[in-house]
Design a protein around this ligand. Structure first.
Ligand code: ADP
Length: 496
């Protein structure tokens, strides 16, 4: 393993900023590999070097293996951090990086292939006798075979695209009458969306919680876990609120699940950061999948464990991070993360892209913001409309919930609508507060979205922020880019 001096970042937005920050801690140079529309972003402003790798559509830029490698080499980088999403779980990319002399900051291509592939992971787990959701992941993909297997499993059954991800490519089959049509349409959609028609089946668990374990392989063959997160608050199978540690695990369950997570990772010869996901229902847990990358929700683990996972990733990739038996790691307190999206919470969450007029995150003890945009930046429709992740830590879960609600209420985003009011209602819901929520929490209580309320407090808050900025702008007209006039009468003033 070679020492790392310059890290190319094959990603964008808040994760690119997160990687830049970790590189700064280690005194490393950064090269941002970005698409042509991403020049008005925070990562672009923070990176030491930047190279445009192509136009906005992801296939021509962020998903283009050769363009990323060529640009990293041209900039003199010696390594690539893939972040999450895009090429982060692409084994060919990991392999091509290494072939071109670039250290891939992540697991080996081999580990991505065996553990990251949903079908091969199941085969490996089954062989080792680890608990899996009952299902079928055979090579015979004839509709009649899949239909017969679905009946054997027992409805409801979920049909999933083998190459799917990010909550996409899944269909729920409630009974036999719908099964044939749904299996066929799942195969067709899998082919067009993911380039492979292969599907597999799983028993649908209707009262489950999503629990996952952060794993870390130090590269010497040692794998440890850094405890658990709960991500049961999901919309269309995508996480919106995550927390560490899970409020649902007994010490016994936590120990057993942690052991299973480490076993599967060790079998896959895992190095670097990864996540082992489980569903937990009625006290029984089942392996769901392994994500062979850093996870969006990694900050909640960092907060309760007191670690910097991205720094650990870079040190591991250059061979100087090892676990010492004397390092006792135990979680402390409670951390919650909310994903703030540019969307209209009163219209079913439709994206609200455009220019952010003004943006302010309230400071305070143990409040953390991971964000890729600043005032006057533009959220385009090309990419995920996430504006920021808001993370808090407090001594207990109830206190962390209160802190998060307060923090979100005091956050200001003008120009685009955000899901902040939606997040606040979720956090304040009795079932969330009790910690009993399952993955069906959102569809049960928030299927219709939320209704608009305009409180006097909100109006007062907005009026205060506007008047402060109008005054500041008048006093400092030459400040340029980020202090442009904020007028309540301008066309992009729409509030949160
Ligand atoms: P992806 O890789 O697309 O994220 P996952 O298999 O990790 O897909 O599942 C995402 C979410 O979908 C889970 O957290 C859970 O809420 C739901 N889900 C997946 N499989 C099942 C299942 N067998 N039963 C119930 N819910 C499921």
């Amino acid at each position: 393993m070679r020492p790392i001096k310059s890290v190319a970042i094959a990603n964008r937005g808040e994760v690119a900023v997160r990687i830049i920050r970790a590189c700064e801690e280690l005194g490393l140079e950064t090269v941002l590999l970005h698409s042509d529309v991403d020049i008005n972003t925070r990562a672009y402003r923070l990176a030491k070097k930047k190279i445009c790798i192509g136009p906005a559509p992801t296939a021509q830029s962020y998903l283009n293996i050769q363009a990323n490698i060529d640009a990293a080499l041209a900039a003199g980088a010696d390594s690539i951090h893939p972040g999450f999403g895009f090429l982060s779980e692409n084994a060919d990319f990991a392999e091509q990086c290494e072939k071109n002399g670039l250290t891939f900051i992540g697991p080996s291509a081999q580990a991505i292939r065996t553990l990251g592939d949903k079908v091969s992971f199941k085969t490996m787990a089954k062989k080792a006798g680890l608990p899996l959701i009952p299902g079928y992941e055979g090579a015979d993909q004839k509709v009649e075979t899949l239909l017969a297997e679905a009946q054997k499993i027992g409805f409801p059954v979920i049909v999933k695209a083998a190459a799917g991800g990010g909550g996409r490519g899944m269909k729920l089959i409630n009974d036999k009458s719908q099964a044939k049509d749904l299996i066929e349409s799942a195969q067709r959609e899998a082919l067009s969306a993911f380039g492979s028609a292969t599907v597999f089946l799983e028993k649908y668990l209707g009262r489950a919680k999503h629990i996952e374990f952060q794993i870390f392989g130090d590269g010497t063959g040692k794998v440890m876990h850094l405890f658990d997160r709960e991500c049961s608050v999901q919309r269309r199978h995508q996480k919106i609120i995550e927390e560490a540690t899970s409020p649902s695990l007994t010490e016994d369950l936590r120990r057993k699940m942690g052991e299973v997570a480490c076993t599967i990772a060790t079998l896959g010869k895992y190095k670097n950061a990864g996540t082992v996901e489980f569903l937990l229902q009625d006290g029984e847990f089942y392996l769901l999948e392994v994500n062979t990358r850093l996870q969006v929700e990694h900050p909640v683990t960092e907060e309760v464990m007191g670690v910097d996972l991205v720094k650990m990733q870079i040190l591991t990739a250059q061979g100087n991070f090892v676990f010492h038996p004397q390092d006792i790691r135990v979680p402390r307190g409670h951390s919650i993360e909310c994903r703030v999206y540019a969307e209209d919470p009163y219209q079913g969450g439709i994206p609200s892209t455009g220019k952010i007029g003004y943006l302010a995150w309230p400071e305070g003890p143990r409040r953390r913001y991971e964000y890729g945009f600043e005032s006057e930046d533009t959220i385009t429709s090309y990419y995920d409309p996430m504006i920021a992740k808001v993370i808090v830590w407090d001594e207990t879960r109830p206190r962390a919930i209160e802190k998060m609600i307060r923090t979100l209420k005091d956050s200001t985003v003008f120009g685009v609508r955000t899901n902040i009011p939606y997040l606040i209602e979720i956090l304040d819901h009795e079932e969330f507060r009790s910690g009993k929520m399952t993955t069906r929490f959102i569809e049960t209580y928030f299927a219709e979205g939320i209704k608009q309320k305009t409180s006097d407090d909100q109006i007062k808050k907005w009026a205060g922020v506007i008047s402060k900025h109008v005054t500041e702008t008048r006093q400092a007209p030459e400040m340029g880019h980020r202090s442009g006039p904020l007028s309540p009468w301008s066309s992009y003033w729409r509030g949160v």
